[in-house]
Structure formats: structure tokens, C-alpha cells
Ligand binder design. Structure first.
Ligand code: HEM
Length: 415
């Protein structure tokens, strides 16, 4: 698809845009649609009464004011999911809650994800990536998602929660099913797969948590022990709250990072000049720091976020009453020309690069340093080992609007 619609078409596209009725082409290339919305209808009223924001400058104030723009999803998800495991999960996890529950859980999680803890994970991460590269070199023909992008975060987040290797098999399927239920449209199939996944995951995690209660680990490094013990002078999480935070962490930590690595491998396979610039001379690890920020901006793994207003507000000059449901379009904000010159160009040395791929404000991604490290290590070691890799077959998209990524990316890896 062209990167832009003609101007009269663009106005019409913006006028008719409905997140619940997306054309098939949108999933391949949503950016022309986002551009039309930014230009013609940046605070767009959807047919279901919700609002879609696509301009960077309209989105930041929403992130900055969590009192007026709540993350609590009970009102929205009650009717969407009905009484169900999915409802319990998505209304309990920290991301869809406001303070005080949010603050308490977040503190427990970020305490085990400081720079010091993350630096300590690097040697294990390097070893994991190198094992995957060896296995791919043997095969020659690979799936860059299954054989590489998805395997890295599963390994890392599995370690973070102390999930034994042999028990990690079902994690990816569960995660895809639970996050798939967050799509703008909940089909019966998505709903039933999501509910089964929550039920199965809860049953599994209960055994893990019961065992960890008996064999507590060092709360300085073990997230699960931290969540079990709670804060010294504060309340502990209930069993249900605890289990749902674990589900959320597992999901947040791998689907997104899988997509970041997969999207990057896909984009670089098409942009030979940027790949060449990355691998040209020594110093790839240093260059990768800036480049990863551009990969996050250019093909943001999380494209949509949500808030609900708690009072009368104004967004982009449009007055919104309390209980207005808002969709923040991260993917559109990260291509906004008012913030990023030449936004549809992927430029690995782009600076400044104040993208919102990790959100912003009190809910800013708690795993951002870990995600950045995973992407840096994965991409620099992959490109050093297989500088001439090439796609070999049709990439298969995930077909989702909220999370942007590939299900399969067939390729030949060449030294
Ligand atoms: C490229 C990878 C990742 C991306 C693009 C990403 C993106 C995001 C975004 C956009 C949010 C904010 C949602 C909102 O404001 O409504 C978020 C929150 C969160 N992410 Fe990530 N994430 C990534 C990786 C990770 C990893 C590896 C972890 C865990 C180790 C993680 C844990 C979390 C948690 C716990 C929150 C909730 C924070 C809160 O509500 O305070 N994420 N992430």
C-alpha cells in the first residue's frame, strides 16, 4: 500500500474510520489511516461513542493526568467480557487499575527490575541468544518468530518469575489468547480462547505460588517472592490479586518484546541501507542503543492504549464528559510529523526520539529497561552472526490492531 492516501480520499477515510470495522489492508499498513486521522479528525468520535486520539500533542496530556484519565477498566470491561475469568483478570492487573492498588503492585515489580537487576540478567541473556543462533545456523531455513523472537522473552520472563524450563511450553499460547481478547472486537472464539487460557494459567500459577510460599527466595531479586511478601508496613495482595499480576507480567513481558524483535528483523530485511549502516563497522552494540529507540517508534509493538475520563475534560480542543472512553493511538503518535521529522522514514540514528512506545506517566512500562536490553542483545548478535539473512516466504501477520507483530517470519539465515 502507498504510504499516503490522496487528499480527498484521506478525508473520507478519516470520516469513515471505525476501529471496530477495520479493512483488511489496515493490518498490513495502518499508518496511512493514522495519517488521515491525524490530519482530518485527530479527536475522532467512533460509532460506538468512544474517542480515538492520534496526535502526539493530544496524547501526552492524557498520559500526564491519571486522575482525570483513569486506567480502571471495570466500567468498560464489565459489559465486554461479562462475569468471566477474562473480566477478573483484566480488571485486577495493575495496568488496568488506578492508585492505590496500582501503586502497591508497581512498587513490588519495579523493585526487582532496577538497572542493577537487569545488568545481572545480561550474561544469561547473551548465552540464550547464542544458543538460539547456533540452532538456527544448523537449520538454515528458519522462522524468525518461533526460532528466535518469541524464544528470547519467554526465556527471560520465565526466569524472572522462576518458572521451571520444562513448564514453559504453554506460556506463549496462553498469552496470545489472553491479550487477543483485548482487540477492539471480541469475537466468541476470542472470548472462549481467552477465558480458557486465564483458567489454565491460574491453575498452573497457583501451584507455582504455593510452592514459592514454602520456598521463598531472595526478595531483592525474585519478583514472585516480592509480590507474596508485599510491603513491610503495607497490606499483602490477596491470592487472586497476586495470581493475576503474575499472568499480566508473563504476558506483558513476552508478547511485546517478541513483536519488537520480529518487527525489527522484518523492517531491516526491507531497508538495506539502514541494515548496512548498523553493521558497517565496529561499534554495533553502541549504535544499537539509538537504533532500538527507532525500532520502537517505527513499528511500535503496542499500538493502542485506553483510558476513561472521570470528569469534564478537554482534549485537542474537544470537550469530553465524564465516562468518555478514550483510545490512545501510540502507533499514530509515533509517526506524527509535528514531533518526528520525516516520520515514515526509519532512521537508526534518529535523535531526539521521544517516542511513546512504552506509554508515559504513572503507567509507563515497568519492563522498559529489560525490553531494551533484550532487543539490543538479540539484534546486535543476530546481525553480527547473520548479516545477509533474507526473508524466504510470505510473512504472516498477527492480524491484530492493538499489538503489532508477526505470527511467522520465514527466512534463510546466512553468515
Ligand atoms: C518492547 C517491549 C514492550 C513494550 C512496547 C511495552 C509497552 C508497554 C506500554 C505501552 C505500557 C503502558 C500501558 C498504559 O499506559 O496503559 C506498558 C506497561 C507495562 N509493561 Fe510493558 N512493554 C514492553 C515490555 C515489557 C516487559 C519486558 C515487561 C516485564 C518484564 C513489561 C511490563 C509492563 C508492566 C508491569 C506494565 C504496567 C505498568 C503500570 O501499569 O504501571 N513490559 N508496557
Amino acid at each position: 500500500m502507498a504510504l499516503k492516501f490522496a487528499s480527498d480520499q484521506s478525508r473520507e477515510i478519516a470520516g469513515q474510520f471505525d476501529l471496530r470495522r477495520l479493512p483488511p489492508e489496515f493490518y498490513d499498513e495502518p499508518y496511512p489511516y493514522y495519517q488521515a486521522l491525524r490530519e482530518h479528525d485527530p479527536v475522532k468520535r467512533m460509532p460506538d461513542g468512544s474517542w480515538l486520539l492520534t496526535r502526539y500533542d493530544d496524547i501526552l496530556p492524557v498520559y500526564r493526568d491519571p486522575k482525570a484519565f483513569s486506567s480502571d477498566k471495570k466500567k468498560e470491561f464489565g459489559p465486554k467480557f461479562g462475569p468471566s475469568p477474562l473480566l477478573e483478570h483484566h480488571t485486577t492487573s495493575l495496568i488496568f487499575n488506578d492508585p492505590p492498588l496500582h501503586t502497591r503492585v508497581r512498587r513490588a515489580i519495579v523493585g526487582a527490575l532496577t538497572q542493577r537487576h537487569i545488568a545481572a540478567m545480561e550474561p544469561g541473556l547473551v548465552a540464550l541468544v547464542d544458543r538460539l543462533l547456533d540452532a538456527m545456523a544448523e537449520k538454515g531455513e528458519v522462522d524468525l518468530i518461533e526460532d528466535f523472537a518469541a524464544a528470547i522473552p519467554i526465556g527471560i520472563i520465565g526466569n524472572l518469575l522462576g518458572i521451571p524450563q520444562a513448564e514453559r511450553g504453554p506460556l506463549r499460547g496462553w498469552s496470545l489468547a489472553i491479550l487477543g481478547a483485548l482487540e477492539p472486537v471480541l469475537t466468541p472464539d476470542r472470548g472462549s480462547r481467552g477465558n480458557t487460557a486465564v483458567t489454565d494459567m491460574l491453575a498452573y500459577l497457583k501451584t507455582l505460588v504455593d510452592d514459592r510460599r514454602i520456598h521463598l527466595r531472595d526478595p531483592d531479586t525474585d519478583v514472585l517472592t516480592r509480590l507474596i511478601l508485599g510491603e513491610e508496613d503495607g497490606e499483602r495482595l490477596t491470592e487472586t490479586q497476586l495470581l493475576h499480576q503474575c499472568i499480566f507480567l508473563l504476558n506483558a513481558g513476552h508478547e511485546t518484546t517478541t513483536n519488537l524483535i520480529g518487527n525489527t528483523l522484518h523492517a531491516l530485511s526491507e531497508k538495506a541501507d539502514q541494515k548496512a549502516a548498523l553493521i558497517a563497522q565496529a561499534g554495533i552494540v553502541e549504535r544499537m542503543k539509538t537504533a532500538v529507540e527507532e525500532f520502537l517508534r517505527f513499528e511500535s509493538p503496542v499500538q493502542l492504549g485506553n483510558r476513561i475520563t472521570t470528569q469534564d475534560v478537554e482534549v485537542g480542543g474537544v470537550p469530553l464528559p465524564p465516562d468518555s472512553r478514550i483510545t490512545i493511538c501510540i502507533g499514530a503518535a509515533n509517526r506524527d510529523p509535528a514531533q518526528f521529522p520525516d516520520p515514515d522514514r526509519m532512521y537508526i540514528a534518529r535523535e531526539p526520539n521521544r517516542h511513546v512506545a512504552f506509554g508515559f506517566g504513572i503507567h509507563t512500562c515497568a519492563g522498559l529497561s529489560l525490553a531494551r536490553l533484550e532487543a539490543r542483545v538479540a539484534m546486535s548478535r543476530f546481525l553480527t552472526r547473520f548479516p545477509r539473512y533474507a526473508l524466504a516466504g510470505e510473512p504472516v501477520r498477527d492480524g491484530r490492531a492493538r499489538f503489532r507483530g508477526f505470527r511467522n517470519l520465514p527466512a534463510r539465515v546466512l553468515p
